[in-house]
Design a binder for this molecule. Structure first.
Ligand SMILES: *[C@@H]1O[C@H](CO)[C@@H](O)[C@H](O)[C@H]1NC(C)=O
Ligand SMILES: *[C@@H]1O[C@H](CO)[C@@H](O)[C@H](O)[C@H]1NC(C)=O
Ligand SMILES: *[C@@H]1O[C@H](CO)[C@@H](O)[C@H](O)[C@H]1NC(C)=O
Ligand SMILES: *[C@@H]1O[C@H](CO)[C@@H](O)[C@H](O)[C@H]1NC(C)=O
Ligand SMILES: *[C@@H]1O[C@H](CO)[C@@H](O)[C@H](O)[C@H]1NC(C)=O
Ligand SMILES: *[C@@H]1O[C@H](CO)[C@@H](O)[C@H](O)[C@H]1NC(C)=O
Ligand SMILES: *[C@@H]1O[C@H](CO)[C@@H](O)[C@H](O)[C@H]1NC(C)=O
Ligand SMILES: CC(=O)N[C@H]1CO[C@H](CO)[C@@H](O)[C@@H]1O
Length: 670
């Protein structure tokens, strides 16, 4: 019996050994007494990252690497990327001089951290939950080496990308050679502090993608950032050293920026439910993302056919190449500039990705910017952006793109003969109200005015109002759509999509989302996820704005909307919802309706998308088909963000450029 029992246990033990492909040492460190043999691993304290050995798909070479516990094939960092181990007999240990070394089957060191140590030294290598490997001196606790200062092709939160102005101190991501070879590839991703900070993907030394200038909040050449300003992107500086540093703050989701072997940079977020990485942004993505696609003085428009055109006053340098779809030699000026200050003027290009090589004059206002450009014969164009101030271009205008409704206005200098003052006859149509949800205005107004007689027909669910451009309308704050976009959205203005005629003109049903929420749900802001429930969130913010009688018109409105929610929650939960409303519409007999609207708004903006009602339910709640409303949960993010903002409309960061040493100073708002 006893024998049988032992035998049974032996089998269990053997089964255990075989079912366990790699032995995970229950430790986060390697010391001089540890020999980490392939396939052993060490694990960060909270089991987020592991350090061990792996082979990329398509090769049997082994590499020592940091990878995610939830996704062991996602490699965050590689030690010996250019010195593969030929087989699985490699090991990692601390050498006599205190460095972490990798040895092959012959005990030859094939890779070392190569830090300067007092030899012999006692050191420890630890893996942290950020994914950083840190080698410390046991005697002093000093950091001798860390993997974060030598990134591979992945940027993790708190890791730094640096441009110090000196090549040897520059830190960039460097691509793999191919999907099966992590050796140093042709592409790198980094920042450039030259004049105005920008991000780049380079192939060798040639830029292949450019983010456009950093204005302290967003990169002006990344179109999505105008609408969805994401706090997670930031550029900082170290004043004393003048280094420019790009860092993603620690997140509560697994997040990374990965540069792949063909030079594509992607922002990825781990989705716990599908247990896979979700790509939330990547570049270069579209034809116009390619640096200098249309050559000098060309302008790129992804909606155009062909995508390239010459700027006004310019013509293709080589007609044959241009018509053959090779735009690389760009465009040349038709009529020379006068340079006497009188003969030249400016042509305005609206909503642009501004050219590379901008020279900043932070203190200059728009008028002075124009005068400064006109006064200097070498000035080719200028632009004024509220955070950066004046930007001037001297030698060439390259990597220019036409954006859709966002971007910077670029003024290019032309001789008088190229300036035709007749207005461009392109038809723009203005959407006076955030269209798809205009009915919410009606619904609320209806409820209030007719005291609950209102019934909302579901046929007006997606309604849009438009009218031709008119000088009487202040268009500054409103989204603009081209006639083509509206034609597509309404299926050629089909009669069957006509919902009716209102005071503004005919009202059509929109077939596809023209998306113009300006407000973003927290899951989008922080994690880049978008769903129908994110639209419900925007709707909730809009409802609260209507009740409050205030709206924000600029693009950097995320902090503002969160403050609005914090305020609505506070007053509603203190039974003072009535006090939240706009004084001019508040009257005691409307109190119940207003409080109800606030409650519905708060239900729509709950932190978790699954707590928010679906759009149809919101309609039923507004029309009182659903009489009893559940209690909303407190929007905790709003509270947190509200507390961290000093004022309702204040921007989170303020930026100052100092021209004397061309460094960037970013003061972080608390
Ligand atoms: C490698 O070094 C270790 C420790 O120094 C030693 O025990 C082992 O025998 C060596 N192996 C070979 C193949 O030299
Ligand atoms: C190790 O560092 C020294 C100086 O710090 C350098 O000369 C040497 O090339 C480095 N060796 C390797 C393998 O990187
Ligand atoms: C390293 O540690 C050993 C044992 O703890 C000790 O004897 C030795 O002096 C230490 N070496 C140094 C350089 O601190
Ligand atoms: C990297 O550049 C070299 C030289 O220009 C080229 O031969 C090679 O094909 C490139 N590799 C990749 C992956 O693009
Ligand atoms: C890099 O990413 C782009 C965009 O997702 C993709 O088209 C390309 O195939 C990727 N390249 C490699 C080598 O994975
Ligand atoms: C485009 O034209 C340039 C010369 O202007 C030439 O060097 C380049 O090879 C051409 N590219 C292609 C794809 O033909
Ligand atoms: C005009 O601009 C160029 C380039 O910035 C500069 O070198 C030059 O000094 C300027 N000339 C005058 C008269 O300001
Ligand atoms: C390299 C360098 O000068 N680093 C400095 C950056 O700023 C911090 C704090 O301001 C200093 O401690 C570093 O020495």
């Amino acid at each position: 019996m006893a024998e049988y029992f032992m035998y049974y246990h032996l089998i269990l033990f053997i089964t255990y050994l075989y079912s366990c492909p790699s032995l995970s040492l229950e430790t986060d460190r390697i010391t001089s007494s540890t020999l980490l043999k392939d396939p052993d691993t060490i694990t960060s304290p909270r089991n987020v990252f592991k350090f061990g050995f792996f082979s990329p798909a398509g090769t049997t070479n082994r590499y020592a690497a940091v990878f995610y516990t939830v996704s062991p094939t996602t490699i965050a960092w590689i030690a010996n990327r250019d010195h593969p181990l030929p087989d699985s007999s490699g090991a990692a240990t601390i050498s006599k001089d205190g460095n972490l070394i990798l040895t092959d089957s012959n005990n030859q060191t094939i890779w070392s951290t190569n830090a300067t140590t007092s030899s012999p030294a006692n050191t420890t290598l630890r893996i942290g939950d950020t994914g950083n490997l840190i080698l410390t001196d046991d005697a002093t606790g000093a950091t001798l080496w860390e993997s974060f200062s030598r990134p591979s092709n992945v940027l993790l939160p708190t890791m730094k990308i640096i441009d110090s102005g000196r090549t040897e101190n520059r830190v960039t991501l460097k691509s793999w050679r191919s999907a099966s070879d992590p050796g140093l590839g042709n592409f790198s991703f980094g920042i450039s502090r030259w004049r105005i900070p920008q991000q780049f993907v380079w192939e060798g030394r040639r830029p292949v993608w450019r983010s456009g200038p950093w204005n302290g909040l967003i990169y002006l050449g990344i179109q999505d950032m105008f609408r969805y300003y994401v706090r997670g992107f930031s550029a900082l500086s170290n004043d004393s050293a003048g280094d420019l540093v790009y860092v993603i703050p620690q997140q509560n989701v697994l997040m990374m920026l990965m540069l792949n072997a063909s030079g594509n940079i992607a922002r990825m977020i781990w989705d716990d439910q599908s247990r896979s990485w979700e790509k939330v942004w990547s570049a270069p993505d579209k034809a116009c993302d390619a640096y200098g696609k249309c050559g000098p003085f060309g302008s790129c428009d992804d909606a155009g056919s062909p995508v390239c055109s010459c700027m006004r006053g310019f013509e293709p340098t080589s007609r044959e190449e241009w018509s053959g779809g090779n735009w690389s030699s760009g465009c040349s000026r038709r009529n020379q500039l006068h340079c006497d200050g009188n003969g030249d003027g400016f042509w305005k290009m609206r909503f642009m990705k501004v050219p590379d090589f901008a020279e900043p004059f932070p203190a200059a206002g728009e008028g002075e910017c124009r005068r400064r450009c006109l006064a200097n014969c070498s000035c080719l164009a200028y632009a004024h952006e509220s955070n950066i101030g004046c930007m001037i271009w001297n030698d060439v205008l390259i990597d220019v793109e036409k954006f859709n409704g966002v971007g910077v206005d670029l003024f290019i200098r032309l001789s008088a003969s190229d300036l035709d003052h007749k207005r461009d006859k392109k038809l723009y149509i203005i959407i006076p109200v955030v269209a798809a949800f205009i009915f919410i205005l009606f619904a609320w107004w209806w409820m209030v005015k007719s005291k609950r007689k209102g019934q909302i027909s579901s046929s007006v669910w997606s309604a849009m109002v438009f009218e031709p451009e008119s000088d009487k309308v202040n268009t500054g704050e409103l989204p603009r759509f081209t006639f083509e976009m509206l034609t597509t959205a309404t299926d050629q203005f089909r009669a069957s999509n006509l919902l009716g005629r209102g005071g503004f003109g005919p009202v059509y049903k929109v077939l596809q989302s023209l998306r113009f929420w300006r407000y973003m749900a927290p899951e989008y802001a922080m994690e880049g996820r978008f769903s129908e429930k994110s639209d419900v969130y925007s709707l909730g913010v809009l409802m609260l704005e209507i009740v409050k009688g205030k709206r924000n018109s600029d693009y950097y409105n995320h902090e503002w909307s969160l403050s609005l929610l914090g305020c609505a929650w506070k007053m509603w939960s203190e039974n003072n919802g009535y006090g939240f409303g706009d004084e001019s519409i508040a009257s005691p007999e409307l109190e119940e309706d207003m409080v109800r609207c606030i409650q519905i708004g708060l239900l729509c903006v709950q932190d978790s998308p699954k707590d928010r009602p679906i759009a149809q339910t919101v309609v039923s709640m507004l029309s009182r088909e659903i009489e009893h409303l559940p209690a909303p949960k407190q929007p905790t993010l709003a509270e947190k963000w509200h507390a961290s903002a000093t004022g309702l409309t204040e921007l989170p960061n303020h930026v100052r450029y100092s021209m004397s040493d061309l460094t960037l100073t970013t003061l972080q708002g608390r």
